[in-house]
Design a protein around this ligand. Structure first.
Ligand code: GLY
Length: 369
């Protein structure tokens, strides 16, 4: 359903999904207002920026969604770059998944989409790879984007250029309804003033915090700790996606290292010695020389996870409230298709049958029996 041109669509959350959806709606001529509590906590700033449906070993509808999004990324990025005048740092560099044995490689869920590598092939693709890896899969179609330093900034600028309004430091306290229809939201602004914003249409993009706003959403945080190192510019050309640790080389040699996956941590903030040691051990196993590279930054964040690790997309139980949340490990990859689907939902004509079929796989209530 379309919102009237006078009342803006409220986007609840200024992270990657919020920005991507706001950009899409603004391009379609919609008035949009983004409410953001603290943009720095958004998973879009925390992620490593991998575009990795195959390297992640996805399957079923999530693999299909990921592959569709991967196809759309070049055009999506080109549009953001045109609207913002800024580069997004897209790097279609391929990703290698290393294995201890060829037998492990051959049963990987997405093996059919990759190129099988022997030890010799691994050494050719990843000079300096650790000795523990005897086989690999090269996914040339996977890649990365510099989400932390480039994509988020470019997307925000593109939104501003298209007239999207931003309210920063605003916490959405409550959704307001009239019967089962959205009426607006109650917010606390940066000056701690509580007020009501009327809205007939909103998109919930609140990531790991989504269930705090709509408790029936099965979204919970999975903490990830990360770090970066400064390597020589050409040292590593492809992403290495190891078990428990991955190494993502940016164009300028910065190596982004991720990530712990801590389900028990809840919203506990901060780095832990255990988590950081896990990353160090992963670096040592995957690319021993990188252990000598100077450390740059360490950080953590919260992935929005769901019981089947797929996102929640499309309508909610509240008429006028739409969902774009729960992207877990695949938010950067899925931002392009998420924006497209939500954009279609909010257009007067609604979704195409193909889009509707896709959305059906990612309904918020698919876990209810
Ligand atoms: N996309 C990888 C991760 O969430 O760690």
């Amino acid at each position: 359903m379309a919102a009237s041109s006078e009342s803006p669509v409220l986007v609840l959350g200024g992270g990657l999904m919020g920005l991507a959806v706001a950009h899409q709606l603004a391009r379609a001529g919609q008035a949009v207002e983004v409410l953001s509590r603290r943009r720095s906590e958004a998973a879009g700033f925390v992620a490593a920026g991998m575009l990795a449906p195959h390297a992640e070993g996805l399957s079923g509808a999530l693999l299909q969604l990921g592959q569709l999004s991967l196809e759309r990324v070049p055009a999506w990025v080109a549009q953001i770059e045109a609207d913002s005048g800024l580069s997004c740092g897209l790097r279609p560099c391929g990703i290698v998944v290393p294995f201890a044995t060829a037998a492990e490689r051959d049963v990987y869920p997405t093996a059919a989409w990759g190129e099988a590598l022997t030890r010799e092939g691994l050494e050719r693709e990843l000079p300096g790879i650790g000795p523990g890896w005897q086989a690999g899969l090269l996914f040339r179609q996977d890649g990365q984007i510099d989400n932390r330093r480039q994509l988020m900034r470019a997307l925000e600028r593109a939104c501003v250029e298209l007239g999207v309004r931003f309210q920063e430091g605003v916490e959405v306290l409550e959704l307001l309804q009239e019967g089962d229809r959205l009426r607006g939201v109650r917010v606390r602004d940066a000056a701690a003033t509580v007020q009501t914003l009327e809205a007939a249409t909103a998109v919930l993009c609140s990531g790991a915090w989504s269930a705090q706003l709509l408790p029936q959403l099965p979204v919970f945080p999975v903490k990830g700790q990360m770090l970066s190192l400064q390597g020589p510019r050409e040292a590593l050309q492809r992403v290495i996606f190891g078990p428990g640790t991955y190494l993502v080389p940016r164009e300028d040699g910065l190596l982004v290292v991720g990530a712990t996956s801590e389900r028990e941590a809840g919203f506990t903030e901060g780095l832990t010695p255990f988590g950081q040691r896990q990353l160090q051990a992963g670096i040592e196993a995957l690319l021993p020389e990188a252990s000598q590279w100077p450390p740059m930054e360490r950080w953590w964040g919260f992935r929005p996870c769901t019981p089947d690790e797929g996102p929640l997309l499309g309508p909610s139980a509240v008429t006028g409230l739409w969902l774009a949340t729960g992207h877990h490990r695949n938010g950067v990859l899925l931002a392009a298709i998420t924006a497209e689907l939500l954009g279609a939902c909010l257009q007067p004509g609604g979704c195409s049958p193909a889009q509707q079929a896709l959305l059906n796989s990612f309904r918020w209530d698919r876990f209810n029996g």
